[in-house]
Ligand binder design. Structure first.
Ligand SMILES: C[S@@+](CC[C@H](N)C(=O)[O-])C[C@H]1O[C@@H](n2cnc3c(N)ncnc32)[C@H](O)[C@@H]1O
Length: 305
């Protein structure tokens, strides 16, 4: 089945997350932990992308080709040492079917596919007895890759992940999707959009952060009567999101900005953790810096070729 999406930014994102997953597993290799790879918006295991070749400079007719690449689920299953547990979720029946097939190709491993909402999947995992039991919870460590379309990750999902203190998160924050929901004026954000933003940011103060009163638009009591967006661009939206994440995670990386169709910061990739044990936190920061640097160098080489 085909899952057509993405571009260079997708390859960059997947490269970073799979480098991190590999480094994470290597670091945990001789430790007494059970490792989890959790991908609640997993897709189908593969992605397809239209690419064009030829053109005037090549002296060839322009040709459109569909290329197939490994998606996050497939990449995670290839990582060695293997994770102890894999959990994938998706709402789309065809993707669930493809994920089940992928799991069947790796029989003998603990791979579970959750057909449904990724937020619910995360809640179920962290309330499982392995994560809550007094004899077992200390052993659990893992990575959650939150790679939704738009604003599908609920704030509550980030909160329950942070509460475990044992899961590192990679979150593809869709700044552009937030910008689209906000629109130009607060009074034009309809109830559905406002509720989606509340659920996404876990509070209601985004209204004040993103919309400033229009100068002079006050009634006779001096109360503002109208508001217009003055400050919310993709960077300020990202800065606001980072501050929100910092209210529940003890460490949030600088975002890796991802440009889509010439729009910088369309996506911002964050790594965050609430694991506040000194050694673990140092390791997470070190791995994060190393994988981002390696990906920057790799993309420079691709560009040079
Ligand atoms: C950007 S794609 C994920 C791509 C994947 N990480 C990869 O590399 O192949 C987002 C996926 O989330 C799924 N999705 C959308 N809403 C969802 C939800 N509420 N819960 C779980 N999956 C959802 C979509 O069907 C889609 O497959």
């Amino acid at each position: 089945m085909s899952h057509l999406f993405g571009g260079d930014w997708t390859e960059a994102k997947l490269d970073i997350v799979s480098r991190y997953a590999k480094a994470f597993q290597t670091a945990l290799k001789f430790r007494p932990f059970e490792s989890w790879y959790i991908d609640p918006f997993a897709g189908s295991g593969e992605r397809e992308e239209k690419r064009f070749s030829g053109g005037l400079l090549d002296g060839q007719p322009i040709e459109e080709k569909i290329h197939t690449f490994a998606g996050s689920a497939k990449l995670a299953l290839e990582i060695e040492p293997h994770f102890s547990h894999y959990r994938f979720a998706d709402t789309k029946a065809e993707h669930v079917q493809a994920l089940r097939q992928l799991a069947a190709e790796h029989a003998g491993r603990d791979i579970q596919i959750f057909p449904g909402d990724g937020n619910e999947c995360v809640r179920r995992i962290v309330s499982n007895r392995l994560w809550t039991g007094s004899q077992t919870s200390w052993k659990q460590r893992g990575i959650v890759f939150l790679d939704p379309y738009g604003m599908k990750v609920a704030w509550d999902t980030l909160r329950v992940i942070a509460q475990t203190k044992r899961l590192d998160v990679w979150f593809l924050f869709a700044a552009k999707a937030v910008r689209q929901q906000l629109g130009p004026r607060l009074d034009r954000v309809d109830q559905g959009k406002a509720e989606a933003l509340d659920r996404f940011f876990g509070e209601t103060t985004w209204r004040d952060a993103f919309f400033k009163p229009i100068a002079g638009q006050t009634d006779f009591l001096g109360t503002e009567t109208d508001r217009s967006e003055t400050a919310a661009n993709l960077q300020t939206i990202g800065a606001y999101a980072k501050k929100r994440f910092e209210t529940i995670f003890c460490w949030v990386s600088s975002p890796k900005p991802l440009t889509v169709r010439n729009v910088p910061d369309y996506f911002q990739l964050y790594c965050m953790t609430n694991n506040d044990s000194g050694k673990a936190l140092e390791l997470i920061k070190k791995l994060h810096a190393a994988v981002v640097k390696a990906q920057n160098q790799a993309s420079r080489h691709t560009f040079d070729r």
